[in-house]
Write a protein that binds this ligand. Structure first.
Ligand SMILES: NC(=O)c1ccc[n+]([C@@H]2O[C@H](COP(=O)([O-])OP(=O)(O)OC[C@H]3O[C@@H](n4cnc5c(N)ncnc54)[C@H](OP(=O)(O)O)[C@@H]3O)[C@@H](O)[C@H]2O)c1
Length: 335
C-alpha cells in the first residue's frame, strides 16, 4: 500500500510529509482490510504534524496520517462476522490505526459501518469524525426541542454538520460566519446567522442554553458572556478539562499545566453556574449507524468543499490549514 507519512514534526506541512510504499500485514483477527476510496481531512491531521498531539501520543516515525475513510472491504480477520468482502463502508479509525490517506488500511471492525447508500464515497469520507463528534457533543449538551444553541463557525466541517443536527433535534440555532458565507449557512438551516466580520455576536446573542465552542482561544471566554446562568459551554477546541485529559491518558504534569492555563476560565464558569466540558469524541459503529440512518433519511446532507486527488494530499492539508473550508476537504484515491 501507499500512504502519506509524517517524517518529522513542524509548522511547515510540505517539509514534513512524504508518500511511502509499505507492505501491509494480513488483517488482525478482529480487523477489516479496506481499499480506501476517499479520506476525509480534519484539523487534527495538521495539529499532529505541528506536534500538538505529543502530550497524548507518540507513535514511531514515520507514521501514516488520516482518520476518516470510505472504501470497500477487501479482506477480513477470522473473528469478523458482520461484514462481507465487497461491502461499501465508512469509518473514523482509532489513534493506534491512524493512516487513512492511503490506498489500503486495516481497521478494527467495530469502528466501521456500512456507508450511507444515497451518497458517494467522497461525501461519505467527510462524515465520520465530525458526525460522531457532534452527536457525542450534543448528547453532553442535552440539546433537544426548544434548546437555544450558539454554534461558532457554522461554515466549517463541524459547524455545517452541527447546524443540521441541531435543527433535526428541534433546537433554535445561532451561528457565526464571515460575510461571503452568510447566505450559504442560512440554507443549512440556521435561524440567526451573525456575520462576524461586521458585528460582534455578543450584541445579538444573549442567554442561550448552550454554546458549542468550535474555535477555542478567546472565543471560549466570550461564550461565557452569552450563555445563560446555569447553561452549558461544550467545547471541542478550547480548554481541556482535567477529566477529559485523564480519560485520554495525559500525564499528570501536562494535566497540571492545562489546569493552570484554564483556571481563570473555570473559576468564571463556576461563578455563573455554567457547566463546562471539553468533548473528546469516541467514534464507533453504533454512532456511525445512527448517522447513516440520518443521512439516508436526508436529515443530514454531507457538505464537501473540495476533492483533491491522492497525489495532491499535501496540498489538501495546506488548504485545510488556512481554516477557510466550507464543509469538508476530501482526498480521493479514485480520481
Ligand atoms: N475534540 C474533538 O474531538 C474535535 C473533533 C473535531 C474537531 N475538533 C476541533 O474543532 C475545530 C473546528 O474543526 P472544523 O473541522 O470545523 O474546522 P474547519 O472546517 O477547518 O473550520 C473552517 C471554518 O471555520 C470558520 N472560521 C474560522 N474562524 C472563524 C471565526 N473567527 N468565526 C467564525 N467562523 C470562523 C471558517 O469560516 P469563515 O471563512 O467564514 O471564517 C471556515 O469555514 C478545530 O480546532 C478542530 O481541531 C475537535
Amino acid at each position: 500500500m501507499k500512504a502519506l507519512f509524517l517524517q518529522k514534526y513542524g509548522l511547515f506541512i510540505r517539509r514534513n510529509l512524504q508518500f511511502l510504499e509499505k507492505e501491509l500485514d494480513k488483517p488482525g483477527e478482529n480487523d477489516l482490510l479496506i481499499e480506501v476510496f476517499a479520506a476525509g481531512l480534519n484539523p487534527v491531521d495538521y495539529k499532529i504534524i505541528y506536534g500538538m498531539a505529543l502530550p497524548f501520543t507518540r507513535p514511531n516515525r514515520p507514521f501514516p496520517l488520516g482518520f476518516d475513510l470510505s472504501g470497500v472491504v477487501i479482506g477480513k480477520g477470522e473473528n469478523v462476522q458482520d461484514f462481507t468482502i465487497g461491502d461499501a463502508v465508512y469509518a473514523k479509525v482509532p489513534w493506534e490505526q491512524m493512516g487513512t490517506i492511503a490506498t489500503q488500511i486495516s481497521v478494527r471492525s467495530d469502528m466501521v459501518a456500512l456507508k450511507p447508500k444515497n451518497i458517494n464515497f467522497e461525501e461519505a469520507a467527510g462524515i465520520p469524525l465530525v458526525g460522531c463528534t457532534v452527536v457525542d457533543s450534543f448528547k453532553v449538551a442535552e440539546i433537544k426541542e426548544g434548546t437555544s444553541v450558539l454554534i461558532y463557525a457554522g461554515s466549517g466541517g463541524i459547524g455545517s454538520f452541527a447546524i443540521q443536527y441541531a435543527k433535526f433535534l428541534g433546537a433554535y440555532v445561532y451561528t457565526t460566519t464571515s460575510t461571503s458565507n452568510v447566505e450559504w449557512v442560512k440554507k443549512l438551516g440556521a435561524d440567526c446567522v451573525i456575520d462576524y466580520k461586521k458585528e460582534d455576536f455578543r450584541k445579538r446573542v444573549q442567554n442561550v442554553d448552550v454554546v458549542y465552542d468550535t474555535l477555542g482561544g478567546s472565543y471560549t471566554g466570550k461564550a461565557l458572556k452569552v450563555v445563560r446562568n446555569g447553561g452549558k459551554i461544550i467545547s471541542i477546541a478550547g480548554h481541556h478539562d482535567d477529566a477529559t485529559l485523564k480519560k485520554v491518558g495525559v500525564a499528570k504534569i501536562f494535566r497540571l499545566l492545562f489546569w493552570v492555563k484554564g483556571s481563570i476560565l473555570l473559576f468564571r464558569t463556576q461563578r455563573k453556574n455554567v457547566f463546562y466540558k471539553h468533548v473528546w469524541s469516541y467514534p464507533n459503529q453504533t454512532t456511525l449507524n445512527y448517522i447513516r440512518d440520518l443521512v439516508e433519511a436526508e436529515k443530514i446532507k454531507p457538505i464537501v468543499d473540495q476533492v483533491f486527488p491522492f497525489e495532491d494530499a499535501v496540498n489538501a492539508l495546506v488548504y485545510l490549514q488556512k481554516k477557510r473550508a466550507k464543509g469538508k476537504v476530501i482526498v480521493s484515491m479514485k480520481q
